[in-house]
Design a protein around this ligand. Structure first.
Ligand SMILES: [Zn+2]
Ligand SMILES: [Zn+2]
Length: 150
């Protein structure tokens, strides 16, 4: 969705509600599709005293592959994001999003927020036992024979 922000930048106290759903089912993270279900996006963008803030609430049912046992698992994804939008950047800062032509591609921003919010290691559970390095058995499902032989 393309957000038209010209009026928002110009009119103090103006506010726009955001409520739509985004299809990311084609998006691939490595070999898997992490967001097969519609992503619900609610929020608002508002101008308070000339400062334009974007607040987003993003939720969906995500599907990840565990980094340790390589099993696919479902997990609710629910995160909130906030950004300050500016027409141009006066000082160096990563905290602001520059929207020079007063148009913002919200889909692109939501996807990058979602990806940045993911942990570097995605685990099906904190105490996932992973795969046996020797035989490759999934140790969450059953103990293998490897450790028992000696
Ligand atoms: Zn796991
Ligand atoms: Zn084994």
């Amino acid at each position: 969705m393309l957000l038209e922000l010209k009026q928002l930048f110009d009119v103090v106290d103006d506010e726009k509600r955001i409520d739509y759903s985004l299809d990311l089912s084609d998006y691939r993270l490595f070999q898997n599709c992490p967001f097969p279900k519609p992503v619900k996006i609610k929020g608002k963008v508002f101008n308070r005293a000339g400062i334009v803030t974007l607040q987003l609430d993003v939720s969906t049912e995500a599907v990840f592959v565990c980094d340790r046992c390589l099993d696919e698992f479902q997990q609710p994804f629910h995160e909130q994001f906030e950004h300050i939008l500016v027409r141009k950047l006066n000082s160096q800062s990563d905290d602001y999003i520059v929207v020079e032509d007063a148009r913002l591609d919200l889909d692109e921003l939501v996807l990058s927020d979602m990806l940045l919010s993911l942990p570097t290691k995605i685990l099906c559970s904190e105490d996932c036992r992973g795969l046996c390095v020797n035989c490759g058995a999934n140790l969450n499902v059953a103990d293998c024979e490897c450790g028992k032989q000696e």
